[in-house]
Design a protein around this ligand. Structure first.
Ligand code: GAL
Length: 725
């Protein structure tokens, strides 16, 4: 019989007392063991579903699947830049109808963990901050800065008061049991020192002052001031301990897979290892686990951020991008949750006693005073299975696995014994399209909507992210005496850009395209250019692929061509073009004409039939189609296309870039051994993203209007509509 230290008994008594208090005033509280709701300590299983990454029509089904999967809580961030696209102009409609989302969760009988941030990271454009925020005078993000703190406070208060007026916090009868302020601020604070510390203190006090009646968490924030709970994010968190002995041990992001970047392979994480991570945490006194993501969904439009993040945010989550079960992941975790619930009362009322029966083996026993018992048998060996004797029985443990013993006898779950069925993803073509095309030309530098300046300007400063695209336009004069005109050895144009992709046109002909990557967004164009005697037009289309979402003062990161730019191989040697006159045009002509809408598209002549552009860069394509029967999710198969964006019925599907193939190592993947995001990849050599989700609810039965913009010269005849099953 393990002995329970006296201090723990005292603590438990204290807890019983505080539980009684908290149930009287109806608030959610916590102690060292767990979150306490209505006087009950809970082991809570939670999953991230980000509301703008699906459609309101999908929400009830996603949430039902989460509930059927054994979750208690849905966790979401709040996406400031979606809610306040320009200062003071709010949007809480459609995919951004936060209140409706929370009420949908409530109707399903689940709780909500609301991560207000308002910094969210999340592979979301600019980490969730509106781009206009950067241009507020005196602004400096996520530090002890007046303008930042007042903007952050204003938005946080707005969200909290909206939740209060809708009675959504638990003490009001609502589903929100936890809120989060900031997100993984610890590493930034470490980086910047004193102003970071002051900001942490301020953020905690500001949030606490909002009196929500539910606890606040600060993830990855070792010095989270009381009463904030510091929590852990990662692939594993069993070694984590909160910063005070009276705070519960919480795992706010257990990564169920990883995001995909254009140019990268598709990461997966074996479910055996996810279940193993959950139980290592729970057997070490953890009481809250959130799967990040439970449904990853889609980065519609231009919401993807961090650089080069794909439109798909599938994440290899238990529910796939399309809302279908990702098996056996979903089913195995459901079985895990059923088993955890069987022993929940034992876990919340006692502390584990640990013994070490052999190398790489542990036994954790929970033995509350009422005589109940639960045990966890662990075999950490990545190679060998183990036979373990416990009580009067022997148990078989596969490598890298943990078993739960109900009543300290009956094995009700083992993390590596998967009973849930596997399913195979299938994409079936249900139709192709007949296209019309419109050619987008490089603008002329003397047209009225270009700006002219000396030298090079940073892209975000000029576009304010109204568009991914910025034209850099200039002219070079070539004397008829140039040697290269005679010997045909064309000069080399060198262009240095901070990123992310660049198309170079010389006298309206595409001369080349270069792009960077998530790790190294910077790029250099270096190529021979066919110049002629007299005036030559250099038109460069610089393209951003999402704004940075993470890093100390990521608001200062640059995009676009900053130079130097030079021409070598002239009679004079090298000519520096960096400081000469440059003209700028924000966005594409097709964007300013709103070619993605039916109305806008009628303002230009489209080529039809045999005249439709084939494999031409900078081309708009449009078509109409009928929705296929049935209710299987739909996608566009963009294999054969290069890079660009897509819209259906005016809704932005997202960026496509099948032309960016997956680098990396797609070798064998074992569930055993420590996992990291590079361990288990798929689809090396294929497009990083080939299929693009088209939500059913965006379609009507007939006459759907589809527009594709293509930058590189892909072949639209290859595009097909597919059903996923
Ligand atoms: C975490 C962050 C999340 C997400 C995740 C990676 O550090 O808190 O928002 O970015 O990394 O998917």
């Amino acid at each position: 019989m393990p002995k329970i230290p006296i201090i723990k008994i005292l603590l438990a008594l204290l807890v019983v007392f505080s539980c009684v208090c908290s149930s009287i005033n109806g608030a959610v509280s916590y102690d060292d063991k767990a979150i306490i709701i209505n006087g009950r300590r809970r082991i809570l299983m939670s999953g991230s579903i980000h509301y703008p990454r699906s459609t309101p029509q999908m929400w009830p089904d996603l949430i039902k699947k989460a509930k059927d999967g054994g979750l208690d809580v849905i966790q979401t961030y709040v996406f400031w830049n979606g809610h306040e696209p320009s200062p003071g102009k709010y949007n809480f409609e459609g995919r951004y109808d936060l209140v409706k989302f929370i009420k949908t969760v409530q109707e399903a009988g689940l709780y909500v963990n609301l991560r207000i941030g308002p910094y969210v990271c999340a592979e979301w454009n600019f980490g969730g901050f509106p781009v206009w925020l950067k241009y507020v005078p005196g602004m400096s993000f996520r530090t002890d800065n007046g303008p930042f703190k007042s903007a952050m406070q204003r938005f946080t208060e707005k969200i909290v008061s909206m939740m209060k007026s809708e009675e959504l916090f638990e003490p009001q009868g609502g589903p929100i049991i936890l809120s989060q302020i900031e997100n993984e601020y610890g590493p930034v604070e470490w980086d910047i020192g004193a102003p970071g510390k002051a900001y942490t203190k301020w953020a905690a006090q500001m949030a606490d002052g909002l009196k929500t009646g539910v606890p606040w968490i600060m993830c990855k924030q070792e010095d989270a001031p009381d009463p904030m709970i510091d929590t852990c994010n990662g692939f594993y968190c069993e070694k984590f301990t909160p910063n005070k002995p009276y705070k519960p041990k919480m795992f706010t992001e257990l990564w169920t897979g990883w995001f995909t970047e254009f140019g990268g392979a598709i990461p997966t994480r074996p479910v055996e290892d996810i279940a193993y991570s959950v139980l290592r945490f729970i057997q070490n006194n953890g009481s809250f686990v959130n799967y990040y993501m439970y449904h990853g969904g889609t980065n519609f439009g231009r919401t993807a951020g961090g650089l080069f993040i794909t439109t798909s945010y599938d994440y290899d989550a238990p529910i796939d991008e399309y809302g279908l079960l990702n098996e056996p992941k979903w089913g195995h975790l459901r079985d895990l949750h059923t088993a955890i619930k069987l022993v929940e009362p034992v876990l919340v009322s006692s502390y584990p006693t640990v013994t070490y029966p052999g190398k790489n083996q542990e036994i954790h026993v929970f033995l509350p005073k009422n005589g109940d018992c639960a045990a966890f048998l662990s075999n950490y060996d990545p190679q060998f299975s183990a036979k373990m004797t416990f009580g009067n029985s022997q148990y078989d443990l596969p490598p890298w696995s943990i078993s739960i013993l109900q009543d300290c006898k009956k094995e009700v779950f083992n993390t590596a014994k998967v009973n849930a069925p596997s399913t195979q993803r299938k994409m079936t073509s249900v139709g192709s399209f007949s296209w019309q095309s419109y050619n987008e030309e490089a603008p002329s530098s003397d047209s009225s909507d270009t700006l002219s300046m000396e030298g090079l300007y940073e892209q975000l400063n000029v576009t304010r992210d109204e568009s991914d695209y910025l034209w850099y336009l200039t002219e070079v004069y070539i004397s008829p005496n140039e040697q290269f005109l005679k010997n045909g050895q064309f000069p080399v144009l060198t262009v240095m850009s901070a990123g992310h992709a660049l198309h170079v046109f010389i006298n309206n002909q595409l001369s080349g395209t270069v792009w960077g990557s998530l790790k190294n967004p910077k790029l250099t164009f270096n190529g021979n250019v066919k110049l002629r005697a007299g005036a030559n037009k250099i038109s460069m289309l610089s393209v951003s692929v999402g704004l940075a979402n993470v890093g100390t003062h990521f608001e200062t990161y640059n995009v676009g061509i900053l130079g130097p730019i030079s021409l070598t191989g002239l009679n004079e040697g090298t000519r520096d073009l960096t400081k000469q006159q440059w003209s700028y045009k924000v966005g594409l002509k097709g964007e300013s004409l709103s070619l993605h809408t039916l109305d806008g598209s009628s303002s230009v002549e489209w080529l039809q039939g045999s005249l439709v552009a084939q494999k031409q860069p900078l081309t708009w394509y449009k078509t109409t189609f009928n929705a296929p029967d049935g209710n299987e999710p739909l996608a566009l198969d963009m294999n054969g296309m290069g890079k660009g964006q897509m819209w259906v019925n005016g809704e932005a599907i997202g960026r496509h870039w099948a032309g960016n193939k997956a680098r990396g190592n797609c070798g064998k993947c074992s569930y055993t051994g420590i996992y990291n995001e590079n361990k288990c990849n798929r689809y090396c050599g294929d497009p990083s993203q080939r299929w693009y989700h088209v939500p059913r609810s965006w379609l009507r039965p007939t006459g759907n209007f589809l527009v594709v913009f293509e930058e590189l010269g892909g072949n639209p005849d290859w595009i097909t509509l597919v059903k996923r099953s």
